[in-house]
Structure formats: C-alpha cells, structure tokens
Design a protein around this ligand. Structure first.
Ligand SMILES: Cc1cc2nc3c(=O)[nH]c(=O)nc-3n(C[C@H](O)[C@H](O)[C@H](O)COP(=O)(O)OP(=O)(O)OC[C@H]3O[C@@H](n4cnc5c(N)ncnc54)[C@H](O)[C@@H]3O)c2cc1C
Length: 456
C-alpha cells in the first residue's frame, strides 16, 4: 500500500508528527507494537513521577515534626500507590489513542511490530507499506549488563519494578544514573532498605561533582547505602534473596534487584540493513542535524538516535522535523539547549555545560557556587539540601552552564533558558526583580556571587 508517511513508534515525537502531518493533508500510517505513548507514558516519566509524588508524601509526613506538626506512624500502601499510578498512566495512554483517532481516515494506526523490508518499505501486521517519507521513533529499552548469573535471578527493570504491590525488604539498585537514583530514593521512602551499586566514582557522574556530592549527602542522610566505584562481577540467589558479588570480593545481599545501567536502542529488529540505515557501534541510528539517516527519505527521532534521552528532547525533535518537512524550518537538531532534571529530592537539574565540558571546549569560565541552604525560602520551608553552580564566559558574559541541586531545581533551571537561548549577558538576570521569598531569589544570588556582579 502506498502512503505519504510511515512512522514507526508512538513515542514523544511520533504521535505529534503523525497528527500534524495528517492535519497538513498527508496520508500517514503509524505503527506501534506495544502500549500507545511509548516509554514516557507507560514506563518512564509519567509513572515514575506519579510514584515519586507518593514517596515525597511519605517523606514529608515522617518529617512533619520538624515543622512542629505531629503526625502518626506512616504506612505506605504500595498497592494503592501503584493503582493511582496506573489510573494516571491509563488516562495519558487513552489521550494518545484519542489524538491519533481524531485524524482518521488520513491517519491510520497499525498495531504490530514494524520492520523494513526495503528502502522506504515497511512491513507491519502482515501488510507492506511504501512511503516517500519514513520516520523512525522506536525508542530504547533497558540495557542488560554482562553480569555472570543475571539470567538465573528474577531481576527487575524500570517497568516491572513499578508493578510490585509489596514494598521489598531490601532493594539492590545496579546503576546510579537518573533512573537508578529516582527509584532508589522512592523505594527507600516507601520503607525498603536500599543499596545503590555503581561503577562510577559518584552518583550521576555526567553531572557536576558538586551536584553528585549534594545528592549523595541527601541519600546517606535518608539511610541509602552507596557502593560506588565498583562493579558487580556476578549475581546469585541466596538465603537473603539475591547476592551481588562486587569487584574486590565484597558481597551485598538484598531481597530484590533493580537493573538500571543504561538504555539500548530498539534497532536490532528493525531491518535497518534492508533499508540502508546506518547504525553506530551501540546500535543508535546515525542522523545529521536535520534528522536524515543514511537512507534517503528516512528520518530518525528520539531515543533511538545518539544524544540525550529525554521526553522534551524527543518532543522538540518532532517540532524541528515537522518544520523541516513542511519546508519552513530554520532550527536544527544541533542548535538547541536541552535542560535536564533528575526527580530526586533534592532535584538535580542542569542546563548547558558542566565545568569539565566547558574546559574541554577551551573555555576558561568564571565559576560561582552557592549552598541551597543560603536561600531564605529554603530555610523557611526546611528544604535546605543542595547546591548551585554557574559558569560564565568572561569574554561574552554569557552563561555557559548552570547546575542546581535543590527543591524545585527542575523549575528553577528554566530561569536560565531564555537568557542563554537569546545570548544575553548574565547581567540581564541581575537587573531583574525576584519575588521574595522564593527559591528563584537564590538563582539571582548565585549570579550575583560572580565577582563581576558582587555587591557588598
Ligand atoms: C524510568 C524512566 C524515567 C524517565 N523519566 C524521564 C523524565 O522524568 N523526564 C524526561 O524527559 N524523560 C524521562 N525518561 C526518558 C523518556 O521516557 C524518553 O526519552 C522518551 O520516552 C522519548 O522516547 P521516544 O520518543 O524516543 O520513544 P519511546 O517513548 O520509547 O517510544 C518508542 C515506541 O516505539 C515502539 N516500537 C519500538 N520498535 C518498534 C517497531 N519495530 N515497530 C513498532 N513499534 C515499535 C515502542 O513500543 C514504543 O512505544 C525516562 C525514562 C525512563 C525509562
């Protein structure tokens, strides 16, 4: 069957692209082999942040006496937490279905595994589709590390851990990245003992060392055990449940094991060869700044391409590619700022470069740091954990990067975004009024702690 556009995957880019291209008059087929809405809706952002909110409620209830409020003992009903999560996920997923169906008959949703059988020819559910444009939005799935014995223990991934209806006695978390950290703290707050094992020297090793240190301090204060700079050589069932044998001979045992060591793209069963789509060494689809793959007329967006794996990045991919396909695009994949946030407590957020990245690119940045506890609102609300850091290019006065660990850091980081995107001097952030008392005042204080803006 001949159509204008085939889209593989209903991820964060695929769905809006399908809807908008159909609305623009093209005949579109979109294929999905699992749940509508992909990772973010079903196994990523939505369910985790819903459950993080329950974990935060438990934590706040336990700590309320610090603010003079006496509450009774806290008991987490994980089944109720999971049911709430499921209701919200279902609502979002149904929303995706409705959005796609609104554009019928120009837009057709086909359920099943899609595979290239030739250049711009895709087979799904026993039918073959040919199109002038094919867009690949197949996402990624958990990477499985090479740990001896892993295939013989019942380990959990980011999807299955959110199906548990009873709090584990002791959760071992392999991987101290964003996903591992969010689950580690969530389950600690649900009442589990938690041990995080990571091969890196510190949690969230991509982030500033100050950010990692602030998060580790908060984790330790909550009783989360950290085993960093070590790897798991093997894993086996034991009387305690599951035992990890770490490099150097140390063993850690727990009742459950979460594996969160990274992601791998869903490209191994895509028929990339048949289409002439080149993959990199890790299986990611190589694209240029306009999302073009090595196969003419085939584009790739989202987590299956190299680059930061975030919903907002994939969604932005859709905007840029839509404009390019409609012939009025000026932005490309390369000229954008992608803020990031780990939804731990305190949250860890960054925009732009880390100091290490800035220096590697030849910058000699002016640097200022500040403790989150210096912010009045942080003291008043008893949310003092965290730190802030800014990097300034001394020649242009532009912000090269900023990192915030603290309450609502994921919101605060956006204060930098328009300033950086517009190429303004950081002075623009100094000459503003910030509402007192807000966490945002701390961002102004951070900028004003750079020597050039300091006032006594
Ligand atoms: C636990 C967790 C928490 C996260 N939290 C956040 C967060 O807080 N904020 C954030 O920005 N990001 C977060 N992410 C990342 C975010 O979920 C992804 O970056 C986002 O979903 C973008 O995905 P995508 O559009 O590339 O594709 P996906 O959403 O992964 O969708 C790809 C779709 O393609 C389908 N598919 C694959 N192969 C085929 C095929 N051959 N045929 C048919 N269909 C196919 C898949 O079934 C899937 O539905 C999180 C991820 C995880 C795992």
């Amino acid at each position: 069957m001949q159509v204008d556009v085939v889209i593989i995957g209903t991820g964060q880019a695929g769905v809006p692209l399908a809807a908008r291209l159909a609305a623009a008059g093209r005949r579109v087929v979109i294929a999905e082999r699992k749940a509508l809405g992909g990772t973010c809706t079903n196994y990523g952002c939505t369910p985790t942040k819903t459950m993080v909110a329950s974990a935060q409620a438990a934590h706040d209830a336990r700590r309320s006496a610090r603010l003079g409020v006496k509450a009774g003992p806290v008991r987490v009903d994980l089944a109720a937490v999971v049911d709430r999560k499921e209701r919200i996920v279902r609502r979002w997923r149904e929303g995706v279905g409705k959005r796609l169906h609104r554009h019928a008959p120009r837009l057709t949703l086909v359920r099943g595994h899609a595979r290239f059988t030739g250049p711009r020819r895709v087979e799904v559910a026993g039918r073959s589709y040919e199109a002038g444009i094919v867009i690949v939005n197949v996402g990624a799935r958990p990477a499985v590390p090479k740990v001896t014995g892993l295939e013989r223990v019942p380990w959990l991934d980011n999807a299955t851990i959110m199906e548990l209806r009873r709090v584990p006695e002791h959760l071992l978390v392999l991987g101290g990245g964003y996903i591992g950290c969010e689950f580690a703290q969530m389950f600690r707050r649900f009442g589990a003992r938690v041990t995080v094992v990571d091969r890196a020297e510190r949690l969230l090793e991509m982030e500033e060392p100050e950010s990692s240190a602030a998060l580790a301090k908060a984790f330790r204060a909550e009783g989360i055990a950290l085993a960093t700079k070590t790897t798991a050589d093997s894993v086996a069932r034991s009387a305690r449940g599951i035992t990890l044998s770490l490099k150097g001979g140390r063993k850690v045992s727990g009742s459950h094991l979460l594996v969160a060591v990274g992601r791998r793209p869903n490209t191994d069963d895509l028929g990339a060869d048949a289409a002439g789509i080149r993959l990199d060494a890790k299986g990611y689809i190589e694209v240029d700044e306009r999302y073009r793959t090595s196969a003419e007329g085939v584009y790739a967006v989202g987590d299956c391409t190299p680059g930061p794996q975030f919903t907002h990045a994939s969604w932005d991919d859709h905007r840029i590619l839509f404009d390019l396909l409609q012939g009025h695009g000026s932005r490309t994949r390369d000229d954008r700022l992608i803020p990031i946030t780990a939804f731990t407590d305190p949250q860890v957020a960054r925009i732009g470069l880390t100091e290490r990245e800035a220096r590697a690119r030849g910058h000699a940045p002016e640097v200022a740091t500040m403790e989150f506890g210096e912010i009045a609102r942080a003291v008043e609300t008893d949310r003092t954990a965290g730190t802030l850091k800014i990097l300034l290019d001394p020649k242009t006065e532009r912000v090269l990067g900023a990192s915030i660990v603290g309450a609502e850091a994921g919101e605060l980081i956006h204060i930098f975004a328009p300033v950086m995107a517009a190429g303004l001097a950081a002075r623009a952030m100094v000459d503003l009024e910030y509402v007192h008392p807000t966490f945002a005042e701390g961002v102004q204080s951070l900028v004003m702690s750079l020597p050039r803006y300091k006032i006594e």
